[in-house]
Design a protein around this ligand. Structure first.
Ligand code: SAM
Ligand code: SF4
Length: 322
């Protein structure tokens, strides 16, 4: 269905859990995380009910995220049931990749189409630092596994952090020479734990493009409608390079998504305080559909993260679902 600005909304991102097995410095605090009791989270049957209703309104893309979606017990069952929903044609997850190696075969066999894996550095010690304790090998072997079983395209999310990974952007691009991987450079957002880091370490896509152009000639690529990525390729390389620039170049006019938090709140925009509680209407199909419609119709024209009136929401990416 279209929102009131004529954007076709066909993409729902569902955060399954606000817990994670890593503590990325721009995302989660080291300590003091208030863990929601499991009984407050949506159950699988609730999530499936919401997705079915959303599919009737034209949502055909589902992405499970978090927190870390792969720490959720029996996620293969949820993927399997989601894949069966009529109208759902694209089913993906965003994951830190640490647990994916063992799950990839199963998830693919039950209907997972593709994965985005977060990896902000290619260096072991820096990975351990940024994730506060993660082991890069667990992620690298998951990436290899996904490529080998055809869980593709594999997209690698790299959050740009000045002074941390700007010197590695060229190394990331070299990966696309022989591998059909899309490297997606994402601008750091002043949200949650990213707020403090943003002041010192924000790096725009434009500046990174300049760094890259010293070494490579980038050829712009076409993207599908609703895409929030600017896509490039080095001639004759197998993979692509994407830039997601929520801060320097708002992509709101192409935004095609709504979000569902792990406790059942529908968020029309990542950066707005507005939420619609869907948990309270799970047993009333008509009201559920009505609330979903309202969510879509209340999508703002654009986010206000860069304005003085920015949302006062103190929600973090791991709570909303990145
Ligand atoms: N745990 C999974 C992962 O890391 O891929 C999924 C959830 S995570 C919140 C989703 C994405 O949000 C990740 O790619 C992460 O790097 C990104 N992210 C988290 N905080 C961010 C911030 N402040 N600015 C930009 N991206 C952020
Ligand atoms: Fe966990 Fe993903 Fe946040 Fe890192 S970015 S702390 S892996 S939720």
């Amino acid at each position: 269905m279209e929102d009131k600005y004529g954007r076709k909304i066909n993409y729902l991102r569902v955060s399954l859990i606000d817990r994670c097995n890593l503590r990325c410095r721009y995302c989660m605090p080291k300590e003091g995380i208030i863990k929601r009791p499991y009984n407050e989270l949506l159950r699988f049957e609730d999530i499936l009910k919401i997705i079915k209703a959303a599919a009737h309104l034209g949502i055909n893309k589902i992405r499970y995220t978090g927190g870390e979606p792969l720490i959720v017990k029996d996620i293969d069952y949820l993927i399997e049931e989601t894949a069966k929903i009529q109208g759902v044609s694209d089913l993906a997850i965003t994951t830190n990749g640490t647990l994916l190696y063992d799950l990839a075969d199963k998830l693919k066999s039950v209907g997972l189409k593709r994965v985005n894996i977060s990896l902000d550095t290619l260096k072991r010690d820096k990975f351990n630092y940024i994730t506060r304790g993660g082991n890069i090998d667990t992620v690298l072997k998951s990436i290899e596994k996904c490529l080998s079983i055809g869980l593709t395209p594999v997209k690698i999310n790299v959050v740009l952090i000045k002074g941390f990974n700007d010197e590695e952007v060229v190394d990331f691009i070299r990966i696309t020479k022989d591998l059909p991987i899309e490297i997606r450079f994402i601008e750091l957002m002043p949200i949650g734990q990213g707020e403090k880091l943003y002041k010192t370490s924000y790096l725009s896509s434009e500046n990174v493009l300049k760094i890259i152009k010293n070494t490579f000639e980038l050829v712009p690529q076409k993207t599908h409608s609703g895409s929030t990525v600017s896509l490039y390729k080095v001639d004759n390389y197998r993979g692509n390079i994407g830039f997601i620039s929520p801060m320097s170049c708002k992509f709101c006019k192409n935004c095609n998504r709504i979000r569902l938090t792990s406790v059942g709140n529908l968020k029309p925009c990542l950066h707005s305080d507005k939420v619609i509680n869907l948990k309270s209407c799970l047993n009333n199909a008509e009201l559920l559909t009505e609330n979903l419609k309202q969510g879509i119709l209340s999508k703002p024209l654009q986010h206000n993260m860069d304005s003085k009136n920015k949302s006062e929401s103190n929600k973090m990416m791991y709570q909303i679902g990145g």
